[in-house]
Ligand binder design. Sequence first.
Ligand SMILES: C[S@@+](CC[C@H](N)C(=O)[O-])C[C@H]1O[C@@H](n2cnc3c(N)ncnc32)[C@H](O)[C@@H]1O
Length: 217
Amino acid sequence: MESKAVSSNQEQTHPDLQAVVEKHLNTRFLRPIPPWVSNLAETLVREHGEAPWILDSGCGTGLSSVQLAKAHPNHWVLGIDQSAHRLGKVAQAQPANLRLVRADAQDLWRALSQINVKVDQHYLLYPNPWPKAHHLMRRWHGHPVWPALLALKGKLELRTNWLVYAEEFEQALLLSGCKPVPKTILENAEVLKNPITLFEKKYAENQHVLTRLQVQL
Ligand SMILES: C[S@@+](CC[C@H](N)C(=O)[O-])C[C@H]1O[C@@H](n2cnc3c(N)ncnc32)[C@H](O)[C@@H]1O
């Protein structure tokens, strides 16, 4: 499938990044959490509180969630996506240690962090880049939910096909007192041997530059 590289009117990290991140670190995100999401978070903890957790946020059609669950049989994997359409396309049989839920991550992350959930690993695989400059606050590192994402802890991995996104994410981590390991560029030929997601496959086939950023929170 053909896919064009990300095009943006922003070629470098956003000039407002520091101000935006600092504002979110120092203020409360006031959007109410829907009660059903708080209930969902409590149910998930009750049903899966024993094993270490892996979150796959924005899991799309769940290919990565299934792979993660198979690779980590002693973990419990939670795939989160807001799109019923994407989740409805989950093709493979689901391992017993996997649960896929439809929810807005900005609500579920906060609901989980409010009841003190700490995860072991967290994957953000090819989040929407929101490449227009005025969309900075829709990117996860520019979003008011950023402190709740950090509060979930664990080993966090971001993959993106837009280098500026990775650079901003890295700066936001540093501004938040976290120490990411240096970013790496994934080799497309290597990625194509076993793409972890459908977007990764499509991007690698189209020779996009795929960046991975990891941090222990
Ligand atoms: C570019 S797709 C990547 C999907 C998958 N990770 C992949 O690489 O194939 C981004 C995904 O994030 C989901 N998403 C975007 N914003 C979200 C949010 N606030 N909460 C939950 N999912 C979200 C979208 O529905 C979409 O499936």
